[in-house]
Every structure is written in C-alpha cells, then in structure tokens.
Design a protein around this ligand. Structure first.
Ligand SMILES: [Zn+2]
Length: 271
C-alpha cells in the first residue's frame, strides 16, 4: 500500500514549526539541494540520512557480490587444472598404447628367436620351410608394429610439449587467481570498514530524530528505494505523478512533513 501505517500516523502528527528554519551547518554537507534554506531541518537531516543509506545499500550490494566473484575466480583455476589433468591423461594413454606396441613387437622377436632354434632342430624340410614362412610373416608384423609405435612416439612428443605449455598456463592462471582472491579479500575488508563507518555515521545522524518519522522514512526507503524526493513542476519525482494543489501549497510552505498522496514518499521543494 502506498499509504502505510506510518504514513497515516504521520499525517495526523503535527510537524508545523513556529518559524522558517534558519540555514544550518548541515547545508554544507554533501547530498544537499541548493535551496535547503527553505527546507525543514527534519527533511534536511533525512536527506543526509538517505544519502548515507544509499551508500550503505551500495556497500552491502558489493559485499553480497563478493562470494560470486570469489567462486568465479576459483572456478577459473579449477578449469585450468582440469584441462592440465586432461592433457596429462592423454599423454599417459599415448604412452600406454606405445608400450603395448613395443611389447607386441618384442613378443614377436622372442617368437622369431624360438623359430630360429626350432628351424635348426628340425630335420623335416617342410617344417623348416613353414618356420621360415612364420619368421618372414612375423618380421613383417614387427615392421608394422614399429611403424605404428613411431607414430605414437610422434604424438607423445607433441603431447609432451602440450603438457609443458599447459603447465605454464596453469601456473599463470594460478598466480592470477591468487592475486584476484587476495584483491577480493582486501576489497571485502575495505568494504566492511567503509560500511561500519557509514553505519556509525548514520546512527549518529538519527539521534534526536522523531521515531515515527524515522520509522516512516525507513519503511519508504526499504520499500521504494527512495524515501525523500523532490516535488518538481507539481510532480512527485518518486512516482512521477502530479500531486494536488493542496499538497503543492504545503510543500512550498516548508513548515510540515508532506507526503505524496500517490506513493507516500516525503516531498521537498525541488527546482
Ligand atoms: Zn509520489
């Protein structure tokens, strides 16, 4: 609801002050419109509180975003490590395949040695010839295995370079991510410090402020983003609706807290 409990209660309360407020030191504070001399001191103060609340909101948003930033950095490193593991795994597979071929060729060489022995043990011409054929066939197969082994050795050489390069890249990513994480930690510390500072300042600014008014302000700020907005060309700058003539007169009078009848925000005279 645009006119909440606090707003209604506020309307019943009298914020009429006996004399127009005198310019105070508060005018020099940041976040102040230039015409603050015609403004209720309450509104002047609320504008400063609102400025600090905006800062608090921004700081909290940045603090809330830090875990995501941190996990993104960590994921970047995890991805680099996964990539390195994959390249190393590929290198291992190539080596396993190469070794299989090497063992296969060796087994055939051992067989040939056995055939050679058998060849000189046999007296049968037919068996001698058969063994010779086997030796020739095995020698052919060994050449085939050795050719394939050479291909795997080529691949192994390439993947070995790839492993070295990926290791360098991963090392660089690790250093970068570590720097990023340190920066995030430092930023978090600075943000937390700033937040505490602004919150303390804000607490000081609310001392002496009417509780109901502050309650209304807090609710409006939380629900609408802005609690105190200028009235410009008879239009509330919060909801961009035209207000009634009566409201315009009251705001121009500068002697009471006036709410926009549409959105409930507190109005002050803008340009
Ligand atoms: Zn409004």
């Amino acid at each position: 609801m645009e006119s909440g409990r606090g707003v209604k209660r506020k309307k019943r309360r009298s914020f009429v002050i006996p004399h127009p407020p005198k310019p105070t030191a508060v005018d020099a504070r940041p976040g102040f419109p230039p015409h603050s001399r015609e403004m209720l001191p309450e509104i002047q103060n609320l504008l400063i509180i609102q400025d600090r609340d905006r800062k608090i909101r921004t700081l909290r948003e940045e603090l809330d975003g830090a875990p995501l930033e941190r996990s993104e950095a960590e994921e970047k490193l995890a991805a680099a490590v996964r990539n390195l593991d994959a390249v190393k795994h590929k290198a291992k597979e190539i080596e396993v395949e190469r070794k299989k071929l090497e063992n296969g060729a060796q087994a055939k060489r051992d067989s040939i040695a056995k055939f050679q022995t058998q060849k000189f043990q046999t007296r049968k011409n037919e068996e001698f010839q058969a063994l010779n054929n086997e030796i020739t066939r095995y020698e052919g197969e060994i050449r085939g295995l050795e050719d394939r082994e050479l291909e795997f050795m080529d691949q192994a050489e390439k993947v070995c370079t790839q492993v070295a390069e990926t290791e360098q890249q991963t090392k660089a990513v690790k250093a970068q991510v570590e720097r990023q994480l340190a920066d995030i930690a430092a930023k978090l510390g600075a943000l937390a410090g700033s937040l505490k500072e602004v919150e303390t300042e804000r607490a000081g600014l609310t001392v002496g402020v009417d509780e109901d008014l502050l309650d209304t302000f807090d609710r409006l700020f939380a629900n609408k983003g802005e609690a105190v907005v200028p009235l410009e060309h008879e239009t509330c700058r919060g909801c961009h609706m035209k207000v009634t003539t009566q409201t315009v007169v009251k705001v121009k009078g500068g002697r009471e807290i006036v709410h926009c009848e549409q959105c409930g925000r507190i109005l002050y005279l803008g340009n």
